[in-house]
Design a protein around this ligand. Structure first.
Ligand code: FAD
Length: 320
C-alpha cells in the first residue's frame, strides 16, 4: 500500500488522515504543535466555529458526526443587535432543524485526530515541524519543535512517502517549498484592512447563557461588526472584526477608557455582560485575515496541498 506523509493535524489534516487510514494506506501525520489532549492549544484561530452541512457531511462519511456534534450548539438564526440594544431574530430556515452549529475548535480537532488514530496504519507525530519538502523524492524535512528542544539547533529528520500532502494551513511550509521549486508557481496573498480580536461573555451564575443560546449573535455596524457564538459552558466567544488603522480602529485604542467608550457607544447591550472586556481587549491578540490563492496546488503525483494551505479564505463565506 502507498505511504502518505501528511504535514499538519488541523481540521483538514486530521480528517484526511482518517479517510486515508480507512482505505488502508500507511499514513505518517506530522504536527508542529504538542498533542492538543496534553496541552491547551487552540491553534491561533477562533476558539469556536460554525459548522454546517458541508462539515457535517465530511464527519458523517467517517461515522463520527454524532461524536463530534455531541457538544455542539444549534444556532437557528441570527440575533441582530442594533445600537439601541434592540434585538431582531432572523431564522436561517423555516425548518428549525436546518441550522448551523457552534462547536469548539479544540474538541473538533481532537475528535478528527482520534478518528484517524483508530486505524493502526495511521501514526501521528506531534512536536514535529516541517521546514521544507523535496518535491522530486516526496521527502519532508522535520525538526523537533517541542518546548524541551529549546533553542539548540535541531537536526532535520527526513520523512519520505509515495506522496507528501501539505495540510499545514494558510502559512504552509509545503507550499513555500513548491513556490521555490516549481518555476512559474503562482501565489497571491491579500490581507483585509480588518483584523479580529476574541472577547468573552462569561456564563451566568448558574452556568446559564446570558443571551439567547440558540443563535449566532451579530452587532452589525457598517464597516465593522462583533459576533458571538455560544459555548457549552454557558459562555459566548465574541469576535470583533475591525479596521487595524484609522480614526476609529484597533490602533486608535490607546487606553482602557477609549475601549470602554467605544463599546458603550457601539455595543451598549453587550457591555454589562462583559466584565473582563478591558482585560481581554488588552491581553488577547489581534489576528489578521488573509485570502491565499496558489497554482498549481500539486506537483506530479508527489506533493499536493489541501485545506487552507491550498486556498485560505476569510471567514465570511460560511465555510461550515
Ligand atoms: C477568525 C477565524 C474564524 C473562522 N471561523 C470559521 C467558522 O466559523 N467555520 C469554518 O468552517 N471555518 C472558519 N474559519 C476557517 C477555518 O479555521 C479554516 O478554514 C480551517 O482551520 C482550515 O483547516 P486546515 O486544517 O487547512 O488549517 P489549520 O486549521 O490552520 O491547521 C493547520 C495545522 O498545520 C500545523 N502546521 C502549520 N505549519 C506547520 C509546519 N511547518 N509543520 C507541521 N505542522 C504545521 C498547524 O499547527 C495546524 O495544526 C475561521 C478562520 C478564522 C481565521
Amino acid at each position: 500500500m502507498a505511504k502518505f506523509v501528511l504535514i499538519g493535524s488541523g481540521l483538514a489534516g486530521g480528517l484526511l488522515a482518517a479517510y486515508l487510514g480507512r482505505r488502508g494506506y500507511d499514513v505518517d501525520l506530522y504536527e508542529r504543535r504538542a498533542d492538543p489532549r496534553e496541552a491547551n492549544i487552540v491553534g491561533g484561530r477562533s476558539i469556536n466555529l460554525a459548522i454546517s452541512t458541508r462539515g457535517i457531511h465530511a464527519l458523517e462519511k467517517l461515522g463520527i458526526a454524532d461524536e463530534a456534534l455531541q457538544h455542539a450548539i444549534p444556532m437557528r438564526g441570527r440575533m441582530i443587535h442594533d445600537k439601541s440594544g434592540d434585538m431582531h431574530f432572523a431564522p436561517y430556515d423555516v425548518d428549525p432543524k436546518k441550522c448551523i452549529n457552534s462547536i469548539g475548535r479544540a474538541g473538533l480537532n481532537t475528535t478528527v485526530i482520534e478518528a484517524a488514530q483508530r486505524y493502526p496504519n495511521v501514526h501521528v507525530h506531534f512536536n514535529h515541524k516541517c521546514t521544507d519538502v523535496d518535491l522530486e523524492t516526496a521527502t519532508a524535512h522535520l525538526v523537533d519543535s517541542s518546548v524541551e528542544a529549546g533553542v539548540s539547533p535541531a537536526r532535520a529528520i527526513p520523512a519520505q512517502g509515495d506522496a507528501v500532502i501539505g495540510v499545514d494551513g494558510a502559512f504552509s511550509a509545503v507550499r513555500q517549498s513548491m513556490q521555490m521549486q516549481i518555476s512559474g508557481f503562482e501565489y497571491d496573498e491579500s490581507y483585509l484592512a480588518h483584523g479580529y480580536k476574541e472577547l468573552t461573555i462569561p456564563p451566568g451564575p448558574d452556568g446559564s447563557w446570558l443571551m439567547e443560546k440558540n443563535a449566532l449573535h451579530i452587532w452589525p455596524r457598517k464597516s465593522f461588526m462583533m459576533i458571538a457564538l455560544p459555548n457549552p459552558d454557558g459562555s459566548f466567544t465574541c469576535t470583533l472584526f475591525w479596521e487595524f488603522k484609522g480614526p476609529r480602529s484597533f490602533a486608535a485604542m490607546k487606553t482602557d477608557e477609549d475601549v470602554r467608550r467605544f463599546f458603550e457607544e457601539e455595543f451598549p447591550d453587550a457591555v454589562p455582560l462583559m466584565p473582563t472586556l478591558l482585560q481581554d481587549f488588552r491581553e488577547n491578540p489581534t489576528g489578521s485575515l488573509v485570502t491565499i490563492r496558489c497554482a498549481p496546488w500539486f506537483y506530479r503525483d508527489k506533493v499536493c496541498l489541501l485545506g487552507d494551505a491550498a486556498h485560505a479564505v476569510v471567514p465570511f463565506y460560511g465555510q461550515g
